[in-house]
Write a protein that binds this ligand. Structure first.
Ligand code: SAM
Length: 357
């Protein structure tokens, strides 16, 4: 009897929870739209350059916009704890202040994630999501191709503005991931004279790496249209090419957030090219990628959420890409001819996988 009552109590609680939870899915996109709007308006940038919290009127005058809709946007952003509201006092009206989260909406700077948010919420990247179920049912081309007629990399090659946004978004992550790699795995780079970054984008990863390891000379290797606009930098040579054909030779290859863009067959082909580029006796491939936790018990973690979301992003935005479990990484590395590998978790979405010939 008591058990039955407890069960009923649980069911009622779940029902209550569901009744509210479902609204998250009805209006889930609103949070992203509001944050995108805050970036486009430059709200965080305005407060930052003001140097102290701002009143609504100061903010609306700095942003040259009507205070009334701005107030409504700020009300939501404060509710979401993105900005802080300091109440009015005898000395003056209430003011809006930055938080660590709002500082990530700054258009530039070490912790800025603005470009990444603008990329993911761009019409180009949102369109494929409408084709996700068709992709799963296998009744259409991969979602990005179905929406745009070509894969994301060909699309980027012929749309320089989109390519720029991809590079800037990837640089946001690199500024978070590379310091985490160096913090946990600096020894990985000791003794290396040369390193090639395969699919290195605009070279942010290597710029951060040579800053920390000034003894290393680097090659930033990516598609020609990407390296042609990459920044010039001492000790880093930009080389254009196709990683499916050949990878420039170096003591080690680093490859971050590239293999997850590809299915197993392509991934094995890329890894074989990386293996050919490094010395058989002392070379290594340093892979910086997410590892999906297989054990349900250990999944109670915000980073696991990000990794599982990222897997969906791969499904929407690439033809064959996916996030891999430890076992799946073992499979592709074995098939590519690596004799052993190690996996080191770091304080980031990615882990560091070192693969040895
Ligand atoms: C998700 S981005 C990662 C960029 C960078 N590694 C980072 O983490 O910031 C994938 C990169 O792979 C590059 N790429 C795609 N196909 C390639 C190919 N066939 N050869 C070389 N690079 C390629 C893209 O241009 C892009 O810069």
């Amino acid at each position: 009897m008591e058990d039955k009552q407890r069960e009923l109590g649980e069911e009622e609680k779940e029902e209550e929870h569901a009744k509210l939870e479902i609204w998250k899915y009805v209006f889930g996109f609103v949070e992203i739209a509001v944050v995108k709007c805050a970036i486009e308006l430059g709200i965080a940038d305005a407060i930052e350059s003001h140097g102290s919290p701002m009143t609504l009127l100061e903010l609306s005058s700095a942003l040259r916009c009507d205070p009334s809709p701005l107030y409504r946007i700020m009300r939501v952003l404060v509710h979401l704890k993105i900005f802080k509201e300091k109440p009015a006092t005898q000395l003056g009206p209430k003011v809006y202040a930055q938080t660590p989260l709002s500082k990530r909406l700054l258009k530039s700077g070490k912790n800025s994630m603005a470009a990444f948010i603008l990329l993911e919420s761009s019409p180009v990247m949102l369109a494929p999501w409408h084709g996700l179920s068709a992709r799963i049912q296998g009744v259409s081309n991969p979602a990005f191709e179905a929406a745009h007629g070509e894969d994301v990399w060909s699309y980027a090659a012929s749309n320089p503005n989109h390519s720029k946004l991809i590079n800037e978004a990837m640089a946001c992550d690199a500024r978070v991931a590379v310091p985490a790699v160096l913090e946990s795995c600096l020894e990985v780079f000791k003794g290396l004279e040369t390193i090639v970054d395969v699919g290195g984008g605009d070279g942010t990863t290597l710029r951060l790496l040579v800053e920390a390891c000034p003894w290393i000379r680097c090659v930033n290797f990516d598609l020609p249209h990407v390296v042609s606009v990459a920044q010039e930098c001492d000790r880093i040579e930009n080389v254009g090419g196709d990683m499916f054909d050949c990878v420039p030779k170096a003591d080690a290859a680093i490859i971050m957030w590239v293999l997850h863009d590809w299915g197993d067959d392509e991934c094995i082909r890329i890894l074989k090219k990386c293996r050919e580029a490094i010395p058989e006796d002392k070379g290594k491939v340093i892979i910086v990628e997410a590892v999906i936790e297989e054990d349900n018990e250990k999944q109670d973690n915000k980073l696991t959420d990000v990794r599982l979301m990222l897997d969906m992003v791969m499904m929407a935005h690439t033809n064959t890409g996916k996030e891999r479990t430890m076992k799946e990484w073992g499979y592709v590395l074995g098939e590519a001819g690596f004799s052993r590998h190690t996996i080191t978790p770091i304080h980031a979405v990615q882990s560091v996988i070192q693969a040895f010939p």
